[in-house]
Design a binder for this molecule. Structure first.
Ligand code: HEM
Length: 252
């Protein structure tokens, strides 16, 4: 979906997925990360330049026109494209695979989802899965703008703060029995998309993608199941940008 919006050929996704994941993994050296970033940046810069000559109806063509008009430099447009591609691909893709594994482990919730026949309940189910999984697993970083006290701790203006989204989304005061997946829970106050002015730019797109996927996949393929034992599933490295499964073999 994000490839179609940006105008990035989907057949290149093995290339950009691999290079994007390098940039966030601690088992790669700084040199390997720089090489991966440069390869991804070079690829997108070439695509933007190509779209100056052959524009289409997509975001990269819009960036190309702005570069041509002098509103953006090519490095700025390339960086924006990298952010959108990585942020828009990893997170949504992982929500689909991890969400599928979660639903297959919770057959009564899956049955409930398959019976949903209205958009309000379908949207509610997606919010609960977003809360439960909180795939953007690392704390968002902020700087305090003023002095304040939080739970007995004095925070001074200028202090760095790490806000762990999973902890907030599993706070029993906000979500009773947070470890329970309950698709009828009213979970819209979750923080899976962060909070404040840097809250996820693509959240409405992500919601629509997930409403379509969850609302269609398990209804259209009701016999969907894991093709391997649960224990055989391999997960992404723990320090990946988005938590997730490396591969989800399924059958039906
Ligand atoms: C289920 C899917 C997604 C999840 C869970 C997710 C999660 C997040 C989170 C937690 C942040 C940080 C927010 C903060 O600092 O408060 C973020 C930022 C961002 N996301 Fe997403 N995201 C998703 C999908 C997308 C998509 C589809 C796009 C692009 C179309 C996107 C583009 C961005 C961008 C550009 C930012 C940076 C915003 C800024 O710093 O101002 N995300 N996302």
């Amino acid at each position: 979906m994000i490839c179609a919006l940006l105008g990035v050929p989907y057949e290149d996704h093995d290339f950009f997925q691999e290079h994007a994941s390098f940039a966030t993994r601690s088992d790669k050296t700084a040199e390997q990360q720089q090489t991966a970033n440069a390869a991804l940046g070079g690829y997108l810069a070439r695509l933007i330049q190509k779209k100056t000559e052959e524009p289409a109806e997509d975001v990269l063509s819009d960036f190309a026109a702005r570069v041509k008009d002098g509103d953006l430099t090519l490095p700025e447009a390339t960086l924006l494209a990298m952010i959108l591609l990585i942020a828009g691909h990893e997170t949504s893709a992982t929500m689909i695979t991890l969400g599928t594994a979660l639903l297959l482990e919770n057959p009564e919730q899956l049955a409930r989802l398959q019976q949903i026949d209205n958009t309000t309940d379908a949207a509610g189910a997606v919010e609960e899965i977003l809360r439960y999984l909180t795939v953007a697993q690392f704390g968002q970083r902020r700087i305090a703008r003023e002095d304040f006290e939080f739970e007995g701790v004095d925070i001074k203006a200028g202090d760095g703060i790490v806000v762990p989204l999973p902890a907030g989304n599993w706070d029993p005061d906000a979500f009773p029995e947070p470890e329970k997946l309950d698709l009828t829970r009213k979970a819209t106050h979750h923080h899976a998309f962060g909070w404040g002015i840097h809250q996820c730019l693509g959240q409405q797109l992500a919601r629509i993608e997930l409403q379509v996927v969850y609302g269609t996949l398990y209804r259209r393929i009701p016999t969907l199941r894991l093709a391997v034992d649960r224990e055989e599933l391999t997960f992404r490295p723990a320090d990946s940008l988005a938590a997730g499964i490396a591969a989800l073999p399924v059958t039906w």
